[in-house]
Design a protein around this ligand. Structure first.
Ligand code: UFG
Length: 325
């Protein structure tokens, strides 16, 4: 297949590209490099383009792609409260530009990166894909809106799609060629590693009074390499014309913030300086994925998603001195 990876210069997109190096697919990248890095595109052709530029997107999409993968979103929950316009513009309006160009050019296969944030504060744990979408922050709203648009575009325009709802993506390429780097960083594991090696004074734990055994939030972490493996299976799913489907991507195992800190201390053999602070707005107490659908229907298995492995891979990348371009 000929595949366009939108957002390939970012954290997850770049791991996808690396995985594509081992396949027969012809792959190109579209990215505006606003948060990603050109070096993350490896040797793939990069079309530098903003999804807001509908004409340019249309002309790039004329290159006969069979399938589009869309990783290019803003993902910071906190920022989405401060600047919701930025989130609705990019995550919704710009995605709609992409989808409309696809429909016009009859590109009918789409893989979309959604998020566990579409569920909001869940009433049932683990959360399976049938639970209602009740996002509690603007970021989650943008993803739920796109999911609804996609359902309508499937019905009316025959746009076949696989939607992946990511839980907490973590880890890095085991060869440490690429890894996680956001600016500013807001994700737990890279922040812990920054605190471990003195790049920041301490990790701030947001909230120690949650209704969990140690008072800190529980999340379901999935290794970025397992995540991209699911995308390879999603691609096959669409290739085999199995219709549109939503899949959670998580393991069902939960780790509290304190447990992640303990694992990081063991892996790095260093102390993690911590400061305890108030809750962060928009955080749910506990998010755990019901992922049996991805396992039974896609044949997915999360082989690298144990906490020690994820931190080991992230730490190796973190120590790879000059990664902060
Ligand atoms: N946390 C801290 N201190 C920090 C950063 C995070 O205590 O400095 C805590 C958070 O409060 C949360 C946990 O660590 O309890 C994980 O926080 P992250 O920011 O790493 O991740 P989130 O769970 O907030 O969000 C991530 C993605 C979202 C996605 C969500 C789905 O960023 O896009 O997972 O589970 F929606």
């Amino acid at each position: 297949m000929k595949i366009l990876v939108v957002g390939g210069a970012g954290y997850i997109g770049s791991h996808m590209l690396k995985r594509f190096q081992d396949t027969e697919h012809k792959v190109e990248v579209l990215d505006n490099l606003s948060t990603g890095f050109e070096t993350n595109c490896l040797d793939f052709t990069l079309h530098k383009c903003d999804l807001a530029n509908r004409e340019k997107v249309y002309s790039i999409l004329q290159n006969n792609y069979d399938l589009v993968m869309h990783f290019a979103s803003y993902i910071n929950v906190g920022e989405s409260y401060i600047n919701p316009k930025k989130y609705y513009e990019n995550n919704v309006t710009n995605t709609l530009n992409l989808l409309d160009c696809m429909v016009d050019l009859k590109i009918s296969k789409f893989i979309f990166s959604s998020t566990a944030a579409v569920y909001g504060e869940p009433s049932l744990i683990p959360i399976d894909e049938e639970q209602p979408l009740k996002p509690v922050n603007p970021y989650g709203n943008t993803k739920a809106i796109v999911e609804n648009i996609l359902a309508d575009y499937q019905t009316t325009y025959g746009l076949n799609q696989v939607i992946f709802r990511y839980f907490n993506v973590a880890g890095a390429d085991p060869e440490a060629e690429i890894g996680e780097f956001h600016q500013p960083e807001t994700h737990l594991i890279p922040l812990i590693l920054d605190a471990v090696d003195g790049k920041r004074d301490a990790l701030t734990i947001f909230g120690t009074d949650y209704d969990t055994p140690d008072g800190t939030c529980i999340r379901d972490y999935v290794h970025v390499c397992d995540l991209v493996e699911a995308h390879i299976l999603g691609l096959k799913w669409l290739q085999e014309d199995r219709g549109s489907r939503v899949f959670n991507l998580g393991t069902g195992d939960g780790f509290s913030v304190r447990e992640v800190v303990e694992h990081a201390a063991q892996v790095t053999k260093k102390t993690v300086p911590i400061i305890e602070s108030a809750r962060r707005p928009g955080d749910c107490t506990k998010l755990l994925s019901g992922s049996s659908r991805a396992v039974s229907e896609l044949g997915w298995s999360a082989t690298r998603s144990n906490m020690k492995q994820m931190i080991t891979d992230a730490w190796r990348w973190h120590q790879n001195g000059d990664y902060k371009k």
